[in-house]
Design a protein around this ligand. Sequence first.
Ligand SMILES: [Fe+2]
Ligand SMILES: [Fe+2]
Length: 248
Amino acid sequence: MALYAIGDLHLHFQSELKAPGQLHDRVWKKHEEKFKKNCAQMLTDEDTLVLVGDHSWGKNLAQCEEDLQYICDLPGRKILTRGNHDMFWDAKKTGQLNERYQPQLAFLQDNYETYRDYALVGTKGFTFEGPFYVDRRGRIAGWDEAAEEHAKKLVDRELKRLRKSFELAKEDGYRKFIMFLHYPPTNILEERSGFTDMAEEYGAEQVIYAHCHGESRFHDSIQGEYRGRQYHLVSGDFLRWKPWKVMD
Ligand SMILES: [Fe+2]
Ligand SMILES: [Fe+2]
């Protein structure tokens, strides 16, 4: 029995694929076949797989049914968190998705799941990457205040959702946590954020995130130990479609 994670499957069985990287980069060629094969080799039905957002390019649930069916057909228990491209998933209607897809899929939002004596908590998150202007020495030379204001609102909303997930688990007696985000927990300057602070506040042992695609983005945020927690990037192209083992 083991817990695995991966993100950014970006499936498109019923929707049009427009992302240039996914169309042309070799790592994405027939990636759904590679991933399915890797899962069949690595996972059993005793295992749990957390899919950390950006599941599908579909614009609504009707356009995502085959993508979600593909996920249903993977081995083990599947837990999904929201990504920025998951248009089919209205956060406020997570209950309906859970009703429709139980027991095959669990949608993690304003709730929590468990693995052994751990609570699995999470939300989409949000990373504000600017638009700030950096000079040649990497110092911030300017800032778009309106964009920053908007980003703050998104971050606050996501932090509230994340806190709810932690609190519900805590009320039920859980003291050990693994935290899942879709967005990286920090901006590219790898500065402390509300998300790293919350991981520390509740003592999450690991923070797992995705969203970063392509060599040039793989080091956009923390990897490894930071202030007592372990941080891991699990975007599918980074992992070359092999689910990453979080723990046995
Ligand atoms: Fe993505
Ligand atoms: Fe994303």
